[in-house]
Design a protein around this ligand. Structure first.
Ligand code: PLP
Ligand code: TYF
Length: 408
């Protein structure tokens, strides 16, 4: 009955922003949500995106519906960008030529995860997925809401603030054959800790041997190195293994929320790599059948921005430069904070190994709460700090606050 509907708990990350808004301390710092802020603490629109929007404003002559899986132009340019390194990746190029990559526009990364989850529920023999522990807070909810069962594989060693690679391999080896396995392409959320190319080789060998289905989530392409083309080592290797017939199929969920700053435009994609061109056609038709009764078709403003940037060499270079400067600032902030932190009783070296929007401090929930209550520094209780909230004006205050809290 309606009067028995229980109150659901608030979203942990968005709840932090709400508490932050109410705080009247002028020194307050929000390190909760993973969204970029500039050196003055403000959100930005990428200059290249503004230019693309100016072009659209002048040239756009319709607001018609796009296709169920987006426009052909969007699909082609996104596929070419990711799988063909805009013309430089041989194995991806070959798969494209064979018509084996189905790419669909989705409602950003979350929408793409949900679409593939529903697709796997319908068509995959295994109905379970393993995800790293920890992982993005929304992953398990997306997969279980779609009817898959979700389990964790070991990923991070909290004692030593490092990757727990031995247990990672062991727990993947212990999973049921043919399970779906979620892999973060780069800038693992929340830990910022990625596998080395050598470690990926070992994991891919287990995936091949156990016939696991790789589902790659790429929400931070470009944030590891500053260049989106350098951050797709895992995708390249998967394409080669598919070409060699060692891994038959995989899927990639991708988002332009962070690397183009298109958060609220909800612009992303799902790509499914099929065993043949004819299988790809069947998969594409089923994606349409799945999406049509759910939301009919995706929004067009963000995808037209992406199309505009990818079809103009100057805009493309400008975007790459914009992204590089965003990532550059995050790295400057990371180094500055590291320098100012007190290392007498606390080893902070893990900060320098982590990449992306976050540092995974290793602070306890109690310490995070103390930071919030005494210093108005807001972060999630797992000790993840979104470092885009840090800038040259508040880095000293933040470091002092952390140094006080770890003193005891
Ligand atoms: N996957 C990961 C690991 C993320 O961190 C995020 C956003 O923070 C997403 C997916 C989805 O983001 P969006 O739906 O905004 O593209
Ligand atoms: O900070 C994070 O990890 C993300 C941010 O609809 C976020 O959860 C918040 C709201 C949302 C999508 C992503």
């Amino acid at each position: 009955k309606w009067n028995e509907i229980p109150l659901a708990p608030p979203d942990k990350i968005l709840g932090i922003s709400e508490a932050f808004q109410k705080d009247t301390n002028s020194k307050k710092i929000n390190l909760g949500v993973g969204a970029y802020r500039d050196n003055s603490g403000k959100p930005i629109v990428f200059p290249s995106v503004k230019k693309a929007e100016t072009v659209l404003l002048e040239k756009e002559t319709d607001k018609e519906y796009t296709g169920i899986i987006g426009s052909k132009k969007y699909q082609d340019s996104v596929r070419n960008f990711i799988f063909n390194n805009s013309g430089k990746d041989a194995s991806g190029a070959q798969l494209i030529k064979e018509g084996r990559i189905v790419t669909a526009q989705t409602i950003s990364g979350t929408g793409s995860l949900r679409v593939i989850a529903d697709f796997l529920k319908r068509f995959n023999s295994a109905q379970n997925i393993i995800v790293p522990k920890p992982t993005w807070a929304n992953h398990v909810a997306v997969f279980t809401d779609a009817g898959l069962s979700a389990d964790f594989y070991a990923y991070y060693d909290k004692e030593n603030n490092d990757l727990d690679f031995a247990n990672l391999k062991k727990s993947i080896s212990d999973a049921a054959d043919e399970s779906v396995i979620l892999l973060h392409a780069c800038c693992h959320n929340p830990t910022g800790m990625d596998l080395t190319p050598e470690q990926w080789e070992e994991v891919l060998a287990i995936i091949e041997q156990k016939k696991l289905f790789p589902l790659v989530d790429m929400a931070y392409q470009g944030f590891a190195s500053g260049s989106p083309y350098k951050d797709i080592g895992l995708i390249r290797r998967l394409n080669e293994l598919v070409q060699e017939g060692k891994i038959p199929t995989y899927a990639l969920c991708q988002s332009f929320a962070k690397n183009m700053g298109l958060y609220g435009e909800r612009t992303g994609s799902i790509s499914i790599i099929a065993e043949s061109g004819s299988q790809a056609k069947a998969i594409e038709s089923q994606l349409k059948k799945l999406i049509r009764p759910m939301y009919s078709n995706p929004p067009i403003h963000g995808s037209r921005i992406v199309e505009t940037i990818f079809s103009d060499e100057n805009l493309l270079s400008e975007w790459l430069a914009d992204l590089d400067s965003v990532v550059g600032r995050l790295n400057v902030v990371r180094d500055k904070l590291y320098q100012k932190l007190d290392k007498t009783n606390y080893n902070w070296d893990h900060l320098l190994k982590q990449r992306g929007m976050f540092i995974y401090t290793g602070l306890s929930a109690e310490q995070v709460i103390e930071l919030r209550e005494k210093y108005s520094v807001y972060a999630t209780e797992d000790g993840r700090f979104s470092i885009s909230g840090v800038n040259e004006h508040n880095v000293d205050y933040l470091a002092d606050a952390i140094n006080q809290v770890i003193k005891k």
